[in-house]
Design a protein around this ligand. Structure first.
Ligand code: ATP
Ligand code: MG
Length: 505
């Protein structure tokens, strides 16, 4: 009796399993009904999820981006190759994910995680989904630690904190990328992992950038994710998300990460291309309606985690290119409203030789002040107002020839400040050097130096401090506070320097 029933059960199970597989297979395989421009329309993949990876017969992978009543729209991560009408497509039941791991540090990879620097293959420690919800409010803490860029005009007036998102915005060729790379170079020895995501750039530009990072030893802690202009739009579209997945891997392990998206204008253009091909209705400037969400869900993933979550952080420096300074265009306004401030670079300043071309009036950092070191905060106290006054006065006095003494002095002081804020490429300044420069400048010690000699004098002065008062730098480095005594000491040493006509000439 019992043997019969067990046989029955086995038979029943067998038939169930057999039927289940047949049914599953039907849902798992679809056929291409249309393909072109990096997009495929597929029939028959009934249970497919949004964002799922599907594989075509010739091995090309795609991601489901559009689910309609009887068909799905899918973006391709490679050239179409032999995909044609009727080609079979298989589900993977996996969401798009990026390989992550510390093996990626020092490497140049494409958006799919494959090395493109001629080095060997990389062993991934894990796979992280390229799209992940941002850390919740409970899991965060407010920005409290500085991320020093090494650029005087930024660190003094628009300080950036770890976990902040600061937009770099400006016309083409105004030094946007340079600010980002200088910041990466300045992270040497500061235990920050840097990720540079190149979107829609020329391969030669990226190669040059990697070369200069290598030259300054910055590739030791940097990962470059590159989706060049020649790659299909879907690859450019996922590149920043893949870069962020790698950043999250480190952040959730308690590390500080700096990620640069260069640039999000091209990212939006790649997304617009995909959306138009998927026949979504175009909105303003032909971008789809969800282009705000495209960038907000990306940048919201940058955070400073709470101590309970390990205290790691992702600091984001998205870059946006404007057309003839128009910050009120669609994509610039979107990203301005998502980020915690912007560094506005102006071509007028850039061409007049003011480099980095930071526009002091239009730039802002909304949260970084809380993270600035006390020393820096005190040293840079009045510089923004001084510069604002100078700019106003400069416009006002442009056409008048006889100026009174105090106005002339004010103008000279302002001009000197502007000159001091100039900084050559790849020359990050340490915090103590910045503080010493600011203290000397705001105490008007540079006013008698001819403008064309200011940069030389500044370098000589910092050298003088190094050789005659190294303890000042050490104290600033260690305590990060500018006490009144220390301030007096800096002024005294600087006065000694300026009293020596041979040194300060
Ligand atoms: P694109 O719009 O092409 O991406 P960009 O805004 O990123 O340009 P960069 O490539 O950073 O600008 O810089 C443009 C040029 O300006 C480069 O040749 C660079 O060497 C020069 N440059 C940038 N910053 C400085 C600086 N502080 N001092 C001197 N030259 C600079
Ligand atoms: Mg650039």
């Amino acid at each position: 009796m019992s043997s019969i029933s067990s046989e029955k059960i086995v038979a029943l199970l067998r038939s169930e399993i057999a039927n289940y597989e047949i049914e599953k297979r039907n849902h798992d395989i679809g056929t291409v009904s249309y393909v072109g421009d990096g997009i495929a329309t597929i029939h028959g993949l009934d249970g497919v999820m949004y964002g799922e990876i599907v594989v075509f017969e010739n091995g090309v992978k795609g991601m489901v981006q559009d689910i309609r009543k009887n068909e799905i729209g899918c973006i391709l991560f490679d050239l179409e190759g032999s995909i044609k009408e009727g080609t079979k497509v298989t589900r993977t039941e996996k969401m798009a994910s990026a390989p992550v791991g510390s093996g990626y540090i020092g490497r140049v990879i494409n958006a799919l995680g494959d090395p493109i620097d001629g080095g060997g293959s990389i062993d991934a420690d894990d796979y992280y989904p390229i799209e992940r919800p941002a850390p919740s409010i409970i899991d965060r803490q407010s920005v409290c630690q500085p991320l020093e860029t090494g650029i005087l005009s930024i660190d003094s007036m628009f300080p950036i904190g770890r976990g902040q998102r600061e937009l770099i915005i400006g016309d083409r060729q105004t030094g946007k990328t340079s600010i980002a790379t200088d910041t990466i170079i300045n992270q040497k020895g500061k235990d920050v992992i840097c990720i540079y995501v190149a979107i829609g750039q020329k391969a030669s530009t990226v190669a040059k950038l990697v070369g200069s990072l290598r030259k300054y030893g910055a590739m030791d802690y940097t990962i470059v994710v590159s989706a060049t202009a020649s790659e299909p739009a879907p690859v450019q579209y996922i590149a920043p998300y893949a870069g962020t997945a790698i950043a999250e891997y480190f952040m959730y392990r308690g590390k500080d990460v700096l990620i640069v998206y260069d640039d999000l204008s091209k990212h939006a253009v790649a997304y617009r291309e995909i959306s138009l091909l998927l026949e979504r209705s175009p909105g303003r400037e032909a971008y789809p309606g969800d282009v705000f969400y495209l960038h907000s869900r990306l940048l919201e993933r940058s955070a400073k985690l709470s101590d309970a979550k390990g205290g790691g952080s992702i600091t984001a420096l998205p870059i946006i290119e404007t057309q003839s300074g128009d910050v009120s265009a669609y994509i610039p306004t979107n990203v301005i409203s998502i980020t915690d401030g912007q560094i506005y670079l102006e071509s007028g300043l850039f061409f007049s030789g003011m480099r980095p071309a930071v526009n002091v009036g239009l730039s802002v950092s909304r949260v970084g002040g809380a993270a600035q070191t006390k020393a820096m905060k005190k040293a840079s106290g009045s510089i923004r107002i001084d510069l604002a006054q100078y700019r106003e006065m400069e416009i006002f006095t442009q056409f008048s020839s006889d100026l009174d003494d105090s106005t002339q002095k004010q103008l000279k002081y302002g001009k000197g400040l502007m000159e001091l804020l100039k900084q050559p490429l790849n020359h990050p300044m340490s915090m103590p050097h910045q503080v010493i420069t600011l203290v000397a400048a705001t105490n008007k010690l540079f006013v008698n130096t001819p403008v064309n000699r200011i940069k030389k004098t500044q370098a000589a002065m910092l050298e003088y401090f190094g050789s005659h008062a190294a303890d000042i730098e050490r104290e600033l480095e260690e305590k990060k506070v500018l006490t009144d005594e220390l301030c007096e000491k800096i002024i005294a040493v600087a006065k000694d320097f300026f009293a020596n006509p041979i040194l300060s000439r």
